[in-house]
Design a protein around this ligand. Structure first.
Ligand code: FAD
Ligand code: MG
Length: 338
């Protein structure tokens, strides 16, 4: 790795629970959470803030996991149509997630869980469901069936939530806010494929965040940011192969099959982590043309699309801060304008 670049996809160092003092007068905590490796680095004398960040991540995981029998999401998914009272944290995330389901026209659908489970993505017992099984499960996928009144959630029996597409982004927002409250002015949050930055680097320069090359070991590009989240969704990480075909974990809620829209990955850059996380998943489902249309209509974020044909498509807001890298260095970068 070239010095100074933060890999978007972390190697699994598995230093579960490890905490220590990094170079440059920084406090760092590392943990496995949400089925991925996470590291928070807070620059300056901020040991307590770093420890609080770790506690926050662990607390949010225990509320939001779809498989943990003690979580609020598990309780909601097993309530058989009865109302359940959520903590204000879970209720706030779910409300924001429902707004994002609406604004993406259902490309993001937080009730996708019955379908995700049928493919085996939460259990690693992968299988290709039959078309009629998927058709039956899709009857239960519809975010408009989720009813929230204050902190009271009611799901019709059979409807089940999966916040896997948004929870890490939201965790980034929460941890960044906590660090700022603690007086931290410069911090880097590496939450699996999600990067969240607080301020600029300690020397005042921008963070250089790498976008993983979906087809290789290296990076396809680097984007420079401060005070922003950079979140990638792709079909190359959580996937399995059957009869020569690759199936991945980003599902088109219209068909129940992995979204095949000609994209290798989508990276979204914006201030709000949960929005980046939701949109990286939703734009992957939409595909390049609809993603461009959606960006022109709504704005408030930038993206980097790596297409199956090897093109790089970016939005004009990051034209000056993105550069292709490694095997992608000579690829044409198409810049979308309003
Ligand atoms: P994203 O693109 O951000 O999200 C993809 C995930 O969102 C899919 O895995 C699926 O769960 C869901 N999804 C797919 N299509 C859609 C869609 N169209 N709309 C909405 N959602 C969609 N994984 C494990 O294997 N074991 C665990 O114990 C486990 N625990 C977790 C606990 C928590 C609190 C969280 C947040 C995640 C956990 N995960 C676990 C990982 C989770 O199952 C997802 O694989 C992960 O969140 C995917 O994130 P991503 O950034 O790779 O992809
Ligand atoms: Mg996502």
């Amino acid at each position: 790795m070239r010095k100074g670049i933060i890999p978007l996809l972390l190697c699994l160092c598995l230093l579960a629970g490890c905490a220590g003092r990094a170079a440059n007068d920084a406090e760092t905590v590392e943990l496995m959470a949400m089925d991925t490796f996470m590291r928070v680095t807070a620059y300056g004398e901020h040991r307590e803030a770093a420890e609080l960040a770790k506690e926050e991540i662990t607390a949010l995981e225990s509320l939001l996991s779809v498989t943990d029998e003690g979580s609020e999401i598990y309780a909601a998914n097993h309530a058989e149509g009865k109302p359940v009272t959520l903590s204000s944290d879970t209720a706030a995330l779910l409300s924001r997630a429902l707004e994002l389901c609406e604004s993406t026209g259902g490309a993001l659908d937080v009730t996708i869980y019955p379908v995700v489970r049928a493919w085996g993505f939460t259990t690693d017992e992968f299988r290709v469901p039959e078309a009629d099984e998927l058709a039956a499960l899709l009857e239960r996928v519809d975010y408009t069936q989720v009813s929230m009144e204050g902190n009271t959630l009611t799901l019709p029996a059979g409807v089940e939530l999966d916040l896997g597409a948004v929870a890490k982004g939201w965790t980034g927002d929460r941890v960044a806010a906590l660090l700022r409250q603690q007086g931290v002015e410069s911090a880097l949050l590496e939450l699996g494929g999600n990067i969240h930055t607080v301020g600029a680097k300690p020397d005042g320069s921008l963070w250089r965040v790498a976008v993983t090359d979906p087809a290789g070991d290296g990076y396809a590009g680097v984007v420079e940011v401060a005070n922003k989240a950079v979140v990638t969704s792709g079909g190359y990480e959580r996937c399995f192969e059957r009869d020569g075909e690759t199936y991945w974990h980003i599902i088109d809620p219209d068909t129940g099959y992995p979204a095949r829209t000609g994209l290798q990955s989508v990276t979204v850059v914006a201030e709000e982590g949960v929005k980046c996380d939701a949109l990286s998943t939703a734009l992957f489902v939409m595909g390049p043309e609809k993603a461009a249309e959606f960006w022109r209509e709504t704005g408030g974020f930038d993206f980097i699309l790596l297409t199956g044909g090897g093109e790089i498509v970016i939005t004009e807001g990051i034209e000056g801060s993105f550069s292709p890298y490694g095997a992608w260095i000579d690829q044409t970068v198409i810049v979308l304008r309003r």
